[in-house]
Design a binder for this molecule. Sequence first.
Ligand SMILES: *[C@@H]1O[C@H](CO)[C@@H](O)[C@H](O)[C@H]1NC(C)=O
Ligand SMILES: *[C@@H]1O[C@H](CO)[C@@H](O)[C@H](O)[C@H]1NC(C)=O
Ligand SMILES: *[C@@H]1O[C@H](CO)[C@@H](O)[C@H](O)[C@H]1NC(C)=O
Length: 316
Amino acid sequence: MRTAFLLTSLLALTAATTEIFYYADGDSDDAITKCAIDAIRRLEESTTCVRFTENPTEPSLAFTIIHSDECAWQPSNKTVHLGFDCITDNLCTELIGKAVGVDRPAADVAHFVGEKHNCTGPCNGLRCEFGGKLSTSECKCSCAYGFKGDRCETLDRLESLNDASCGVIEAQDAGSLALSTFPGDQAKGVFCQWLVKSADPWDKIELNFDGLDMDNESLPPNVMCNDILTIHGAGDVTTIPCKGAPIVPKMVSTSNWVLVELRTNPWARGAFSGPSIRYNLISRPAGALAFSDGMTSSAVLQSIIPAFAVLLARFL
Ligand SMILES: *[C@@H]1O[C@H](CO)[C@@H](O)[C@H](O)[C@H]1NC(C)=O
Ligand SMILES: *[C@@H]1O[C@H](CO)[C@@H](O)[C@H](O)[C@H]1NC(C)=O
Ligand SMILES: *[C@@H]1O[C@H](CO)[C@@H](O)[C@H](O)[C@H]1NC(C)=O
């Protein structure tokens, strides 16, 4: 198994390399250019078949990086616009991705650039899902809480879920999470996970806590709740307090999925209906920005930019 991986990685190394020419306006010390160049270097390190060459005299430029007021990709003249106020490592990665034809959130750009150019990157293109981390020395995914599988693609404890409402929810637009008994009383000892995910890699999922009728009887000091409601995939893992505790603001997932887990107290005395949570998809994040009419780049820097920018890549 391991040998197979190694062999295919070696084969990938011998595959043709695509050289991509770009023009970067400004020197690599300034923050804007550095953000783009760093993104390019990270991309080169994690793919085996793409090399970027900065070459202002090369006529077949794949893209041009300019200082601008916005962070955006302008397809009509193959320009990456970067502004002081909007650059982040992720956004620069996403815009360089768009410049080479890959429209994905930062974490996935390298994988899909490799796929596009027929190289697979480390570990034969193994990609861990749902927050799993790839160990390149072992070529194995180490999965985040709640997931298992070679790519961390499935819920780890599907067979333990004991309410009909639980499991994977392919979110289209908006919906709600509540136990099947809701608004009636929840059962004791419920173990439920709702994995809400969207097919669009750019979507984020917003959770609104409408009701949190969970077992808060006779709580000893410093104990959150007798029922445990935790959210994974929206920043730090968060345990949501009971009703009666400070109100939870809405939460937004970090990527296109969120895992909500509920464990109800098996020894509960009172009757509770459980949490009632609304979710909705938030589309079109900043990283997906495309340059639109009316946006202008800084005029001073514009004047030194050659007005060419055609073709895509050239093969070695
Ligand atoms: C990748 O491989 C496919 C099928 O062999 C081929 O059609 C395509 O042109 C290749 N792309 C690149 C960038 O080498
Ligand atoms: C439990 O919830 C009820 C209803 O919201 C509230 O009145 C009560 O103060 C809560 N008890 C504790 C210990 O937080
Ligand atoms: C592309 O067009 C924008 C304005 O529409 C301009 O600011 C930018 O400099 C152009 N890029 C190139 C490479 O000419």
